[in-house]
Design a protein around this ligand. Sequence first.
Ligand code: GLU
Length: 308
Amino acid sequence: MHARTRRGALARGAAAALLVLVLGGAATACGKAGTPPPKGPDQGALPAYPVNRAADVPDSPTWKAAKERGKLVVGTKADQPYVAQQDPATGAYSGFDVEIAKMIAADLGFGPDRVEFKTITSANRETALQNGQVDYYAGTYTINDNRKKLVGFAGPYYLAGQSLLVRADEKKIDGPQNLAGKKVCSVAGSTPYQRLQKDYPDVQLVGYDSYSVCVDNLISYQVDAVSTDDTILKGYAAKVPDQLKIAGQPFSQEPYGIGVPRGDRAFRLAIDDALAKYEANGDWKAAYDATLGLSGVPAPAPPPIDRY
Ligand code: GLU
């Protein structure tokens, strides 16, 4: 077989295997011999968040509408291991950001059976909040001034940084300075995509709706690197460490916030209070340890909340 064809065939096989791992997480989908089974959040290790029956946010139109409806609608991601991932078999969402969303809901008076998650991609977050499609959004959502013109942000509750994911045998890329002429995949509407476009114009930028598609493209040699937050990339790398690795150090600061409708200050401040409560009572750390912590990095201290 021609080397290139063989590489293509191998890459296609690997891509299919990854797709199963990333999207399915099926226990039978172990890779080559000796590869550990994919670790997902250990349900037993997750804290239970007692529902605050006395919750009342009378000045918040979003909270009042949710109370009348009988449930909260929360936007998140579906394909980011350890952060926000949907099980295709059960439809259930899991990961650090999903836990953050659930703890906030409990403090606002809504148990897990009264939270409906909706998958919203990076590019559609602001519109979803503006149209009332979701009450709040928890999904690797960087707080910045441009977005603050369109939505409000509670938090931050975590500080991430833009990084690069490459194939495990990659030797030439260890930072954004090595990317000239390289094909780099990211998600349209994300801050990493915008940063590459603006600060690294020599990069051949490839944009998709979701990062798992970028990762499939990396494994099948369609692109040379995937760039987004280290939190997201660590999740993909941890699933198939023999195929993927993080290259170099983070090169931005991505403070994660909970997106809320812009005008609803009372709602935003109630969520800030909830975050502060769970950071103080140990649930934030327990949730991190049972989710994102599985990708190998010990829990950092959460960043200070900005009650603007
Ligand atoms: N945190 C970055 C952002 O909000 C990248 C991750 C994402 O696309 O969700 O754009």
